[in-house]
Ligand binder design. Structure first.
Ligand code: TPP
Length: 574
């Protein structure tokens, strides 16, 4: 039987076990929308802006166990350009995602046709791969390849651009059962045995070892083996922003997040370590700051990553191991145990004593108040009321860093935010994707009054699909993170960071059909959160009016080393 290209596309998505498609219609995708309507193969979530469709699909992938892949569908021209920020955001954090964009009819391509943009050209620098489908006969195979490429190796975004005439043309449908062999794309999944041996030797000889783990551990579903490795070797560990939750933050061996707003003990320990075992972390500038300052003491680095091009990109690596982090860690741990390897116990004791000393200085600390709401206190109270176990999405800014510092994430895929691109506006659509992937979980979106306004229209989508998300708006009346930089490095010249004319968020939430709560005093924090949590089937928007001057500390300034943090005021006085 012959099917139209649009029907083939929908059937192909079904063959990939797609449950949800996040999208927005338009002329170039009308056939696809008609096929969705008629075939009823999966649920379509109609967002209010294409950027949000891609973010929601991205979070759906992130929150899932690594097998489900988010899918977004957008029309040609403005639909596709609106999707680009979402695409770059997901790709920057290596999230598997398939984005289908409509394209003008093939004969019109290159003629400046209505709603025509070169989607393949525009998206090329921010995708893992992209396709322009030129004939209906390629469609099913292209979808198969797209999912395969998105999910394997270092995961990423694949865009499939489908011209309108291809969706109208007829062809026979058969979906490839087996993975397709793609020449020039053969991800390495097993680590090299010789390198793993070398890594074990370098580790065993360490006097001040540390494990640095990142988002790759979560994407690679390697948290269990990472936890075994850290616990059975007795080494301290630190996490990047994206790695939080891969190892339980409540465990004593966890020193905290590293990097620009990392804890004092985590940053100093990483800087002073003689051997760093980096797992699924790419030594981003927000993590190690200046590479030369990081490696000038000759520390040895073992780097495990699925993506060979991530290894030695920013720092010199002594033992590179390309492979799936789960496989490599399992091999490394097996070898460690088989050979009865151990750290020198005196050296390790001394190292831990130093660490405890640094830790005792309590760098993740804030001056609490009975009156004014401190953003940190909101996060701490939330952690208490949710047993450290809520699924949290955040936007980008101070509120994001406070959440990373004050919410002890205990499991992977519990913390979703934009680490690589740092995209304001992800919080609410992320919460939507996460809630659909994990309906049984309590999903909180922690945001700021600047960030939430970048995709606030999605409150409408949340109402349509009855998504009972809890929004925590830490409203400091400022683009706080930028204000902090202006205070510290631009002599308090607050150029365009003061948010004037803020809407009444409570009324706004109500206008969209939700519950709004304003909280202005510290004593009311707990009550408001409890009230919101108790409203199981409603979206609750909590507008916390917080301290406008609170900064995030510690902070590693531009060009500084990890051991040159701006410390919180109480540590400066010591
Ligand atoms: C799309 C986008 N534009 C600009 C920025 C730069 N930026 C980073 S944080 C920030 C301020 C965020 O303000 P708000 O959401 O109110 O959170 P706060 O820092 O006050 O907690 C800005 C403008 C960004 N990350 N993303």
């Amino acid at each position: 039987m012959q099917l139209s290209g649009a029907q083939i596309l929908v059937q192909s998505l079904k063959a990939e076990n797609v449950e949800y498609v996040f999208g927005y219609p338009g002329g170039a995708v009308l056939e696809i929308y008609d096929a969705i309507f008629q075939l009823k193969k999966f649920r379509h979530i109609l967002v209010r802006h294409e950027q949000a469709a891609v973010h929601a699909a991205d979070a759906y992938s992130r929150a899932s166990n690594g097998e489900k892949i988010g899918v977004a569908l957008v029309t040609s021209g403005p639909g596709a350009t609106n999707a680009i920020t979402g695409i770059a955001t997901a790709n920057s954090d290596s999230v598997p995602l398939v984005v289908i964009s409509g394209q003008v009819g093939s004969p019109a391509i290159g003629t400046d046709a209505f709603q025509e943009v070169d989607t393949v050209g525009i998206s090329r620098p921010c995708v893992k791969h992209n396709f322009l489908v030129t004939h209906v006969s390629e469609l099913a195979e292209t979808v198969k390849k797209a999912f395969q490429i998105a999910r394997t190796g270092r995961p990423g975004v694949v865009v499939i651009d489908v011209p309108k005439d291809v969706t109208q043309a007829m062809a026979k449908f058969s979906y490839p059962q087996e993975d397709i062999n793609i020449r020039s794309y053969q991800p390495v999944t097993q680590g090299h045995t010789g390198q793993i041996k070398k890594a074990a030797q370098v580790m065993a000889a360490a006097k001040r070892p540390i494990v640095l783990y990142g988002g790759g551990v979560i994407l690679g579903n390697a948290s269990n083996i990472l936890t075994d490795f850290i616990q059975s070797t007795g080494t301290p560990c630190v996490s990047t922003l994206m790695g939080l939750g891969a190892f339980p933050a409540t465990n004593r061996q966890f020193l905290g997040m590293v990097g620009m707003h990392g804890s004092y003990e985590a940053n100093i320990a990483l800087q002073n370590a003689d051997v760093v075992l980096a797992v699924g972390a790419r030594f981003d500038d927000r993590v190690i700051s200046v590479p030369d300052k990081f490696t000038d003491d000759g520390k040895k680095i073992i780097h495990i990553d699925i993506d060979p091009s991530s290894i030695a990109k920013r720092v010199k690596v002594d033992v590179p191991i390309v492979g799936d982090v789960k496989n490599v860690l399992a091999d490394l741990l097996a070898l460690w145990q088989k050979q009865n390897l151990n750290f020198n116990s005196n050296a390790l004791d001394r190292w831990w004593k130093n660490i405890e000393n640094w830790r005792s200085r309590d760098s993740i600390w804030f001056e609490s108040s009975d009156e004014i709401i401190k953003p940190q206190q909101v996060i701490q109270t939330l952690a208490k009321l949710t047993d450290n176990n809520a699924l949290i999405t955040s936007d980008v800014g101070q509120h994001q860093m406070f959440t990373a510092q004050y919410y002890p994430f205990i499991r992977p895929r519990q913390w979703l935010n934009s680490g690589g691109l740092g995209t304001m506006g992800v919080g609410l659509p992320y919460a939507m994707g996460a809630k659909l992937a994990k309906p049984e979980e309590d999903v909180f979106c922690i945001t700021g009054e600047g960030s939430i306004q970048m995709n606030i229209q999605e409150l409408s989508t949340c109402y349509q699909y009855r998504l009972p998300i809890k929004v925590i708006n830490l409203n400091n009346g400022f683009l706080g993170m930028v204000r902090q930089w202006q205070e510290l490095y631009y002599d308090n010249r607050y150029s365009e960071t003061y948010m004037e004319s803020l809407p009444d968020f409570v009324k706004l939430a109500e206008a969209y059909g939700h519950v709004g709560i304003r909280v202005e005093k510290a004593v009311d924090i707990e009550g408001a959160l409890k009230e919101a949590i108790a409203l199981k089937d409603r979206l609750v928007f909590m507008d916390f009016i917080t301290d406008r001057t609170q900064n995030v500390y510690p902070m590693v300034g531009n060009g500084k080393g990890l051991d040159e943090m701006v410390l919180p005021p109480h540590m400066r006085e010591e």
